[in-house]
Write a protein that binds this ligand. Structure first.
Ligand SMILES: NC(=O)c1ccc[n+]([C@@H]2O[C@H](COP(=O)([O-])OP(=O)(O)OC[C@H]3O[C@@H](n4cnc5c(N)ncnc54)[C@H](O)[C@@H]3O)[C@@H](O)[C@H]2O)c1
Length: 330
């Protein structure tokens, strides 16, 4: 075990959204590192919470089924914690268009509640927030660095940006240690895969496993930047223990390929498959971000993070997981 990992041994950690995709993978890792874990999650319908996600550690974590808007409960939960991984969020861009108020509540208003709970009850806690590359919107010049002016194209991007800036504000104004990571397309075991609302990645994986025809919108040459979930978990851990990270926003990034290349790779691993190029539906075209590739040199230089799992290896592991546990996810 490298040095930084041993720092979590015996530490008290709260994970919001810990029954979801990234939160559950993080919880499993932290149990492995001998931290004391509590999870708070409201299992919001249409979000990715799934109790099976933490099956392998169910006797080692304390779960609180509560919404972040329950101020009394959250105030109590943040007490005596060393770290708060604040991952509870509404991820779907399409849902944020359909219901901007819910997105505003979850991705912005609830974030103020949790920050206030920390300010009043545990100002020494370290908070790590999961932001998103969606805040940048449609950018012509790649790769995109943190200095690029955010220009969100949907309510999700606006509300996540506001939620992130509240974290940085509480660092700068109240001295509560916070860091935000701007995640790009993250994939891996335990992701919501029931429909396409949480993005094309889990949906393409499901369609490929089921032998269905994948519909690619546009021409398939859109570039996306992919991170395997274990690499994202590693970035969260590094941000947690580094004082240099306080008050900072970092891009993540990994393998950038076109949707066509991503689909081809998927078919190579599965042993075949079909796809069809179709025009963008209007509601998706309006919020499409074009091409994206993140410049992650800041986190690489400051925290020594870089992704280590190739897209091929990560997708192979993901497919193997879903084939094995299909009945809990389909
Ligand atoms: N998955 C990605 O590719 C990606 C990309 C960019 C940013 N992010 C961010 O990472 C975080 C985690 O994403 P994920 O993919 O694990 O999502 P997920 O949907 O799998 O998990 C989110 C969890 O948060 C819970 N939650 C939502 N609102 C809540 C509330 N008000 N109170 C309590 N629990 C609540 C949900 O029930 C769910 O279990 C989110 O903040 C998301 O915006 C994810």
């Amino acid at each position: 075990m490298s040095d930084h990992r041993s720092q979590f041994e015996g530490k008290n950690v709260l994970i919001t959204g810990g029954l979801g995709f990234i939160g559950s993978n993080l919880a499993i890792k932290l149990i492995d590192l001998k931290a004391n874990i509590e999870i708070v999650d409201a299992l919001i319908p249409e979000c990715g919470g799934n109790i099976f996600n933490i099956k392998s550690i169910e006797n080692k974590v304390k779960i609180h089924l509560s919404d972040l808007n329950n101020f009394a409960k959250i105030s109590d939960l943040v007490k005596n914690k060393d770290y708060l991984f604040n991952l509870a969020g509404q991820v779907s861009h399409i849902n944020s268009i359909k219901d901007p108020y819910s997105d505003l509540r979850i991705n912005c208003q609830n974030q103020i509640s949790i920050l206030e709970a920390c300010r009043k009850n545990n100002p020494d806690i370290k908070i790590i927030f999961t932001g998103t590359r969606q805040v940048y919107g449609k950018i012509n010049s790649l790769p995109v660095s943190e200095s690029c002016l955010p220009m969100p194209v949907d309510p999700n991007g606006i509300n996540k940006l506001a939620g992130e800036y509240y974290h940085i504000l509480y660092n700068n104004v109240y001295g509560i240690k916070t860091t935000s990571l701007r995640l790009t397309n993250t994939y891996g075991p335990r992701q919501f895969i029931k429909n396409s609302k949480q993005g094309f990645v889990p949906w393409f994986i499901r369609q490929a496993i089921d032998g269905k025809t994948i519909k690619i919108f546009g021409d398939g040459n859109q570039i996306r930047d992919f991170n395997y979930v274990d690499d994202v978990v590693e970035a969260l851990l590094l941000a947690a223990i580094s004082d240099k990270a306080n008050g900072q926003i970092f891009n993540l990034g990994g393998t950038s390929v076109t949707l066509l290349k991503f689909t081809e790779l998927l078919f190579n691993i599965i042993g075949g498959g079909k796809y069809k190029i179709v025009p963008f539906p209007k509601n998706r075209q309006n919020i499409d971000i074009g091409n994206y590739c993140g410049d992650y040199s800041k986190i690489k230089n400051m925290l020594n993070w870089q992704p280590s799992v190739s897209l091929k290896k990560g997708l192979s592991r993901t497919i193997a997981y879903y084939k094995k546990y299909k009945k809990y996810y389909w």
